[in-house]
Design a binder for this molecule. Structure first.
Ligand SMILES: [Zn+2]
Ligand SMILES: [Zn+2]
Length: 139
């Protein structure tokens, strides 16, 4: 079926998936995207949402992230080069926009002779909300 090629005609359902993803800053899983899309498109099926996510990724309009220790892939409509912070407690994922290691890439390329280097950088820690809820009550 020719519709299986990367075809991003924006049907209302596909637009709803893209809108949900662009509005999200929390890097939702496919299941979370489906939950949110269902609120605006109650008739939409999970298969449609999952397929649409795959097409958005294939078309370069979304990133699929596999973050350490996370069972499900997360989706990100921010396709600019960026790194991530991952909360070890609640699983929240946040963006870091500074290209932290770009200087390191050039350094590694110069030392090793490798070209076309890329990297995935994930910082692990406790997000501010978890820090606040886990802080001991006495200061
Ligand atoms: Zn957290
Ligand atoms: Zn991100």
């Amino acid at each position: 079926m020719t519709a299986e090629t990367v075809d991003l005609r924006l049907t209302p359902q596909r637009r709803a998936v893209l809108d949900v993803l662009r509005a999200a800053t929390d890097h939702p899983t496919a299941a979370e995207v489906f939950d949110r899309v269902r609120r605006v498109q109650p008739g939409i099926g999970s298969a449609t949402v999952y397929r649409t996510l795959g097409r958005l990724v294939a078309a370069g309009q979304a990133l699929e992230l596999t973050l350490d220790g996370q069972p499900a892939a997360r989706f990100d409509a921010n396709t600019e080069r960026h790194d991530h912070l991952l909360c070890q407690s609640c699983g929240a994922a946040a963006d870091i926009h500074a290209p932290l290691a770009d200087g390191l890439l050039a350094d590694v390329a110069a030392r090793t002779g490798y070209a076309g280097l890329s990297y995935d950088l994930v910082f692990h820690g406790l997000c501010p909300a978890c820090r606040a809820s886990q802080a001991p009550s006495a200061p």
